[in-house]
Design a protein around this ligand. Structure first.
Ligand code: ASP
Length: 324
């Protein structure tokens, strides 16, 4: 019989709506009333790691989750389910994807409607996540996000709607599997990436977004000794307004890692344009293009790379390739 470790961390899945209509954390997790529907087939071990709304989750909490999973992996657990708030779920999922070996099924889920709201999706998502973590096919797929009957990779999934239960989508590629009424189906293989276990997380890795007429002052303010790295969500295929170039060059001269992704929802950032501020010039200046991740995930990748001591070219190689 397989044993699945359940780690609760908070979020709407652990919340309820009060009499004023506000969705608030509970002192007891409503999921604690979940009776194992897989009695005799799966053993569930449940731990309330913490009870935080996911905007309160920092890389420090992600590291705590990772350490608990690594301990369980060493003890021979068969799979792990993490329940988490949906706002930053994709970042925790990708952090774990980069730092936990991918032969252990790790599935993250949450809910868009709290425990006592009509149409609450928490219990259903929770059950689907357990089924997925127990599936033999979940091995070697990296960290998975299961919500609304779909299985997505941690690497590419993103929250796309503020309230809809079908909020999690994988732009460009789509989900890699489905949880049906009868079973768990995977229909894609995954390009595997290496695991980078870390024992601490660096701070001051920033994420900023480019916009028409972008003010260079933003980059100038980040030019200080605390800054460890910057991810910029650039325009289109990977371009920036020329007004920010002097500030950007000053940071690059100081060897501050600058990583570029696109602010577009689909597609990948590439060195395509040869005009002032275009991707070709940015690349020649030393900006690292991260191919295929969104801004928040590129930031997690940069943070993990810095935290495991990668520097300069090794760091750029790690961050630039979304599947390394
Ligand atoms: N704001 C909530 C959170 O991320 C949203 C959710 O869990 O769905 O904790």
């Amino acid at each position: 019989m397989k044993t699945i470790l359940i780690l609760h961390t908070g979020g709407t899945i652990a919340m309820s709506q009060n009499n004023d209509g506000a969705v608030v954390p509970n002192s007891a997790n409503p999921l604690d009333t979940f009776t194992n529907p897989f009695q005799g087939k799966l053993k569930l071990i449940t731990e309330d790691l913490f009870n935080l709304p996911s905007p309160h989750i920092r890389p420090e909490e992600m590291l705590l989750i990772q350490k608990r999973i690594m301990k369980a992996a060493a003890a021979g657990i068969d799979g792990v389910v993490v329940t988490h708030g949906t706002d930053t779920l994709e970042e925790t999922a990708y952090f774990l994807d980069l730092t936990v070996p991918n032969d252990l099924p790790v599935v993250i889920t949450g809910a868009m409607r709290s425990a006592n709201e009509i149409g609450s999706d928490g219990l259903h998502n929770f059950q689907s996540a357990i089924q997925t973590a127990a599936s033999p096919q979940a091995k070697g797929k990296g960290v998975l996000v299961v919500m609304n009957d779909e299985i997505h990779t941690a690497r590419y999934v993103t929250k796309t709607h503020t309230t809809n239960v079908a909020t999690f989508r994988t732009p460009t590629f789509g989900p890699i599997g489905l949880v049906t009424k009868k079973s768990v189906h995977f229909f894609e293989k995954l390009l595997l990436q290496s695991c980078h276990p870390i024992d601490h997380v660096v701070k001051h890795v920033y994420l900023i977004k480019a916009y028409a007429g972008m003010d260079p002052e933003i980059l100038e303010m980040l030019n200080n000794s605390a800054t460890n790295g910057i991810v910029i969500e650039a325009l289109g295929a990977g371009n920036l307004p020329p007004a920010v170039l002097p500030a950007l060059k000053k940071l690059l001269v100081k060897k501050v890692p600058i990583v570029l992704v696109s602010r577009c929802f689909n597609g990948i950032a590439q060195e395509v344009y040869g005009y002032n501020g275009g991707g070709i010039q940015l690349s020649r200046l030393g900006v690292t293009f991260c191919h295929g991740l969104n801004g928040q995930k590129a930031r997690i990748k940069l943070l993990v790379g810095l935290s495991c001591g990668l520097k300069e070219q090794a760091l750029a190689d790690f961050v630039s390739d979304a599947v390394s």
